[in-house]
Design a protein around this ligand. Structure first.
Ligand SMILES: [Zn+2]
Length: 81
């Protein structure tokens, strides 16, 4: 993980502002969904990308083992074993 050197204070409602440079770098636009993860004592923010990790299809996706997988890929995986 790379430090940006940017420090922001949390406001009374628990909000922080994502710096413009970071939003530009990550192509985050107004109303984009951001997913919040935790990793021990860290909070990790990522653009919400609800697609299957294997085929990138966003239809019929379930959350399994911390990843998104579509039913079609689950079916293909089942056929392999
Ligand atoms: Zn898939």
């Amino acid at each position: 993980m790379k430090s940006t050197g940017i420090v922001r204070k949390v406001d009374e409602l628990g909000r922080i502002v994502l710096p413009m440079e970071i939003r530009k770098l990550m192509d985050i636009k107004v109303k984009d969904a951001i997913e919040i993860y935790t990793d021990e004592d860290k909070i990790v923010l990522a653009k919400y990308h609800p697609a299957c990790v294997f085929c990138n299809d966003a239809d019929d996706v379930i959350f399994f083992g911390g990843k998104r997988v579509c039913r079609s890929c689950i079916s293909k995986l089942k056929d392999q074993f």
